[in-house]
Design a protein around this ligand. Structure first.
Ligand code: ZN
Length: 158
């Protein structure tokens, strides 16, 4: 994991982002999901940028960029892409702990990283990974929301 942090990012903020990235990568690289990569390799592969600039978080085949401003404002909602905002698993949610809102952002961006980096070489993603928020993306994000983010949401209090 190659990590770049803006000068104003605190060590604790960095640790928090890295913790959720690891949880996401550990889950999605389980053998059952048939990605062409194992956890240590995926963890090595990814480039992580952490900012506090108020820009959008983003991702590409090289890695993810996470913006800490919503977390600093203690944002307690997950605002999802309109096409699946009303989905019970991967959709928007209100009144979640700020850490869970951050975790959902991390999971969303890790899903983009996985779709672009490993989609072309993953049998079940090959035909559906290209569209940014399409079926392939949603399938990956569904794994991460249900197995990593939502399952932790219940154990944390607001
Ligand atoms: Zn997105």
């Amino acid at each position: 994991m190659e990590i770049w942090t803006a000068v104003d990012i605190a060590a604790k903020e960095k640790q928090l982002v890295v913790k959720w990235i690891r949880r996401c990568l550990r889950e999605v690289t389980k053998a059952a999901y048939e990605l062409p990569v194992d956890y240590p390799t995926a963890r090595r592969d990814i480039r992580v940028t952490i900012k506090g600039a108020g820009h959008r978080s983003s991702a590409c085949a090289k890695g993810v960029t996470i913006d800490m401003v919503p977390f600093r404002k203690q944002q307690t909602h997950i605002l999802e892409y309109p096409a699946f905002a009303s989905d019970k698993v991967i959709g928007s949610r209100d009144n979640v702990p700020a850490e869970i809102a951050l975790a959902a952002t991390v999971a969303h961006e890790i899903s983009h990283f996985v779709q672009y980096r490993y989609g072309p070489d993953t049998r079940w993603l090959q035909r559906k990974y290209r569209k940014p928020h399409g079926e392939g993306f949603q399938d990956i994000y569904r794994i991460l929301r249900s197995r990593v983010v939502n399952s932790h949401a219940e154990s944390l209090t607001t």
